[in-house]
Design a protein around this ligand. Sequence first.
Ligand SMILES: NC(=O)C1=CN([C@@H]2O[C@H](COP(=O)(O)OP(=O)(O)OC[C@H]3O[C@@H](n4cnc5c(N)ncnc54)[C@H](O)[C@@H]3O)[C@@H](O)[C@H]2O)[C@@H](O)CC1
Ligand SMILES: [K+]
Length: 570
Amino acid sequence: MQYHALYQIAQIRDIEKQAKASLAIGNPTARLPDSLMITAGKAAAQLAWRILDAASKKDVKKIMILAGPGDNGGDAFEVAHQLAEMAQLSPEDTHYEIHVLICGEPNAYSNDAKKSLLAAQTNSIHWHTIDPLQQAQLQRDKLPQLNFSQFDLIVDGLFGIGLSRPITGIVAELIIQINHSKACPVLALDVPSGLNADTGQVIATIATTAEDAVAVIASHTISFIANKPGLHTASGKDYAGIVVVDDLNIDNGYYPVPYAYLSNPSQLSTLIPARKQNSHKGSYGDVLIVGGSTGMQGAAILAGRAALYTGAGRVYLDLIEPSSSVDYSHPEIMHSSIEEHDLSNAHVVIGPGLGHSPNALNRLRHALIHAPALVIDADALNLIAIHTDLQALCRNRSNLSWRTIITPHPLEAARLLNCDTGKIQADRCLAAQTLANQFRCTVILKGSGSIIAAEIMGNSAEANKALAKTDNHPNDGESRSTQPRSDKTQICINPSGNPALATAGTGDVLAGICGTMLGQGLSAFNAACLATYIHGLAADDCVRENFGPIGMNASELIPAVRKVLNQMIQ
Ligand SMILES: NC(=O)C1=CN([C@@H]2O[C@H](COP(=O)(O)OP(=O)(O)OC[C@H]3O[C@@H](n4cnc5c(N)ncnc54)[C@H](O)[C@@H]3O)[C@@H](O)[C@H]2O)[C@@H](O)CC1
Ligand SMILES: [K+]
């Protein structure tokens, strides 16, 4: 199973069910050599070993394995068993001290988990327990006296995809201690405990404050059966760390169409058209940026420069405030008014610094009606949110097979869907999918793990119904099995980028790059995926060069985007 295919919990459960049914049952008390839990435990133990080897050169290496009440805990027992076996075979000059903390009722475990526990009990392991009856209350004196900073590796097998409510009580306190100790690598089994594998939200209730929402902050996550969207968007990147996928040798035939994909750099690089020797500026697309009202000209200029630096043949600005329509440090950028420009060959980016004036509104209406390739950003999105006639114009563009990309951040997305940002962030894939269906265009929902969504066939009713279902419980931690599969929408999660991008102007840069990519003849979806990827990759490059994560600015990002784009075609 490839790393880039992302599956929801309900799909994973289906795959798991079919794979389990295909395994011979035989003697129920025997340990099947090929049970999924054993395969999972072996894969995780091997990864744990490699992480430990790289992180600690000590003669005595201490490992803490946390085992929760379900099969994630079963995986943890299997990891303990496998590590103990590996430790026995290791050279004598290194000693491994393996601890397991059981946070479940031994009799209540599944058969597979019981077998793994039994197997681990044959090894030399230090056992600790938390009485399950006391887990609900927070009694600090009942916490096992474990100093987490003594360990060289912590394995998190508390909860996986079966977590159904927020973590509270002693287990929550344990997680807080582990997160605070920050002393060693933390390997999460399947998913960091506390994180919703579908949405990337830390599971919480409406009543839970941000401080109370608890999840393990892992340095590594080994995702079983398939990769999962929640590890890559919203809070996912903060909690999952480096993600490794192990398919447990499950036959490909059991896998349905993925819910979404992670953008795949090697595929994206093939989208960039090779430049012929015999070509000219007309070969690489005209980009017209419309925006820049009083005090906001910089936004349009940034978008224009980004278009220029990513290879547009000609770049024009149409500034709402015309007195300063020249970018003196980039005199190659020309001026043109959208109303006079021949839009049949132009790729229009409207919105950066556009404002809400009647002039802005007229230009937007003109663009929606006349521009066959259009990127809609910032204030243009806010105008669409409040003018229903513009929404209809936007929707109508898909009937003409015109290319449209909208680039909302969560607040703009909330305005477009008439909800609050909490609902957008509660399920970012679903929100992007709903926007794509409602506005019949390609969507880039910005934020950590930007979501790119585009409609394949029109059916907004189903996705809207599902979003409405989340209305009363925006953050209630229930796995949303009611939400539609994305077979009407294609969804990509962008893996690149970092908090350096959380600064004014970077969105304008993204909009400009989208304009260039439309100018290279790409579909709106491919243009959006490629633009978002190189935008994030450039920010990653800036961090490597110590221009960030603190203080990188949008102007610095632009030449970095040019650099990574050229590196991609080499
Ligand atoms: N079943 C299988 O064949 C496989 C299962 N695997 C593992 O099994 C996991 C799923 O196992 P489960 O379905 O047992 O689910 P989990 O192990 O994620 O947890 C479910 C258990 O936790 C309890 N629980 C849920 N939320 C809680 C909370 N907030 N506080 C306290 N208790 C809570 C539930 O009542 C249940 O007992 C996967 O994530 C994966 O790690 C893997 O071994 C792959 C194969
Ligand atoms: K876990």
